[in-house]
Design a protein around this ligand. Sequence first.
Ligand SMILES: Cc1cc2nc3c(=O)[nH]c(=O)nc-3n(C[C@H](O)[C@H](O)[C@H](O)COP(=O)(O)OP(=O)(O)OC[C@H]3O[C@@H](n4cnc5c(N)ncnc54)[C@H](O)[C@@H]3O)c2cc1C
Length: 539
Amino acid sequence: MDTHAVNGEFTPSERALLAPFVTDLDATIFGLRNLPEVVKGALFSRYSRSDKSIRRILLDEFINVPESGFSELVAQIQAASLDQLVATRQAEAFYDRVLVGYGDDSVAELGGAHLACEDISNVAAKVIEDARIGLSPLEKSTRYVMFNKKVAGAYRYVREPHIMQSPWAQAYEATLDHLFDTYSALMEPTIAWVRARTPRDESTSERAYQAATRAKACDILRGLLPMATRTNVGLFGNGRAFEYLITRVGAHDLPELQRISNDIQQALDQLIPSFVKRSATPRGAAMRAYLRQLRTQSASMAHQLPVAPATSNGPQVTLVDYDHDAVFRVAAAALYPHTNLPLAEIEASVRELPNASLHDIIRAAAGERAVRFHKPGRAFEEARYVFDIVADIGAYRDLQRHRMLTQERQAFGVDLGYLVPNELVDANLADPYREAIERACTLARQIAYTMPESAQYVVPMACLMRWRFTLNLREAFHLCELRSSPQGHPTYRAVAQQMYGHIVAVHPELATAMRFVDTNSYELERLESEKKLDRKRPL
Ligand SMILES: Cc1cc2nc3c(=O)[nH]c(=O)nc-3n(C[C@H](O)[C@H](O)[C@H](O)COP(=O)(O)OP(=O)(O)OC[C@H]3O[C@@H](n4cnc5c(N)ncnc54)[C@H](O)[C@@H]3O)c2cc1C
């Protein structure tokens, strides 16, 4: 089976060492157990910058490193002869009594688990990461990890059985190999071009310079990676969120996601069985059927609509709707906790105030923000904005991870066109990039006739897509300030900057306190962060 194919990398003695700490030694979806919370957190944090599996990292960086203190931990577990799995089974009867006796759904929020989802496609990762409340993901980065390595002679993208058994199998592999070959072939010339354009200055160490120029080249070339590219996602979450995740992912049409749902169920059945058992009951099945019904019914209604034309323009953010009374609402909400008046009465009196007084209230509510981490209060949640965004899939992947908002995407497709990074044009490297992407677009269109969901695997991350963000001003402070920071990728910085521009245009008085949006552009985005890292490192 595909999900179990990539691993199988451990010797018998390594398997014995690993066994107490993972729910499965071979499955690509597994839970962590018998480990201190900080070790589980430290392991997942490595996902971002490593292409190793968590089991390999656990061996190489913890178990086999004497100074990590791991052998003492193993000894303790052996001495106790009661591992977490056994303890979990013993506790299950107790949990069940609590759940049945006093339980409402929220009881399942009181326990959690660390779940590794490795070697899944980017399509699947995005469906998993649609989760907002109760799950915290960490994912392999296209900026810090190069995707040019082959494992057992094959590039790391999913080859789903239903595609490999279809007439498209050969074209699928040839086209995706070509994308990865182009990515690999362009990597060194792109790094060389970046270095020639931004030479190292004396204040920059060779390490920081190497890291920043390499990250820049990865950023430039990530558009070649198809959505079938395998990634690793680590999730920490509570039982209730996991139960919904299993149900939601299992309701998806793609076989990969249905398999992942089953695999998550199996892994969590070993860690927090009582909290996730309902997803495997008729109640869970009915919920899945309901979610499918919602999707198919709305999709059939949308068929009557026309199709949008392609564009080759970079990120475009449209402010579709906003609250025209937001200033009064924010001012009233800011005063509300400090009076005993009804909200409607406060709002009525705020509307009578001269502009200067109104602005004083808003200034007071935002306070003196010394750094972007100083979040203004909940009054700022009263202003609401609806944005329609067209940007490359790469930018979407980064921005999707924001949770304090409503967001929905359209399918990953090729119809809106794709972006070619200006840097590649300047470096005279754009032709092979375009050629590989055009070839993938042609195949994606062909597959989409009969298998529209599966065609998404072929779509390169350079392709434009559309999604909506409905968010309040408090989240906009966070998103626009964080995502415009100098180290960010240029296309998502452009989205954040345009969102900010729209908010300033319609609500200048509310946007005054958004002081940390950076509207400049930078040549080598990672450089300052790498230099900061140098200062933190021991000499
Ligand atoms: C330069 C840069 C590089 C990045 N690199 C990587 C990477 O390599 N791999 C990777 O996986 N991610 C990476 N990220 C993404 C990052 O980890 C977050 O997923 C993303 O910024 C959105 O989450 P958020 O918590 O900032 O904000 P939101 O989800 O928008 O939440 C807003 C705020 O709500 C609060 N909040 C939301 N959810 C929770 C929660 N569950 N618990 C506690 N507080 C919460 C926090 O205060 C948060 O700041 C990167 C981000 C940046 C800016």
